[in-house]
Design a protein around this ligand. Structure first.
Ligand code: ATP
Ligand code: MG
Length: 139
């Protein structure tokens, strides 16, 4: 059975270009409820930990630098089939390949600065939500 929660970040490119409100509106219009939300900034160390699964990839160092370069919004979202439904809403990693109307097609700048993160499994959604939010914040 698929779970009903996922985790997202609005990435530094999208906060810098004042698209937080527009992206949250898309998320709400798609039927997601915001369970927890935080405006914050990752240190390079924290960004490195968050993306540790990509540590062997050629883009890892740039990704860590980019994700710690500015403010982000982290949030836990709730909807039926949340992980798959949210990845459909955000579109492909590369905005040039993202379907029209998806968040990345609308707001992403490049394959790296691609506006939003979305968890890729129920297990990672829980791990990533726990990374940013304490038990008390995840009501
Ligand atoms: P995310 O995990 O952020 O939701 P994703 O699951 O679509 O994105 P991943 O393969 O998990 O894509 O890559 C994580 C992030 O690393 C991407 O969102 C992007 O910011 C960056 N990235 C991925 N591929 C590349 C690449 N070829 N060049 C530069 N950056 C990349
Ligand atoms: Mg991913």
């Amino acid at each position: 059975m698929s779970g009903n929660r996922t985790f997202t970040m609005i990435k530094p490119d999208a906060t810098a270009s004042n698209n937080i409100g527009a992206i949250l509106q898309k998320i709400n219009e798609a039927g997601f409820r915001i369970i927890a939300m935080k405006y914050t900034r990752l240190s390079a160390e924290s960004a490195g930990k968050f993306y540790a699964v990509h540590s062997e990839r050629p883009f890892y160092k740039d990704l860590v630098n980019y994700m710690s370069s500015g403010t982000i919004v982290a949030a836990i979202l709730e909807k039926d089939n949340a992980v798959a439904s949210f990845r459909e809403l955000i579109g492909a990693t590369d905005p040039a390949k993202a379907a029209p109307g998806t968040i990345r097609a609308l707001f992403a700048k490049s394959i790296e600065a691609n506006a939003v993160h979305g968890s890729d499994s129920d297990e990672n959604a829980q791990i990533e939500g726990n990374f940013f939010f304490s038990e008390l914040e995840r009501f």
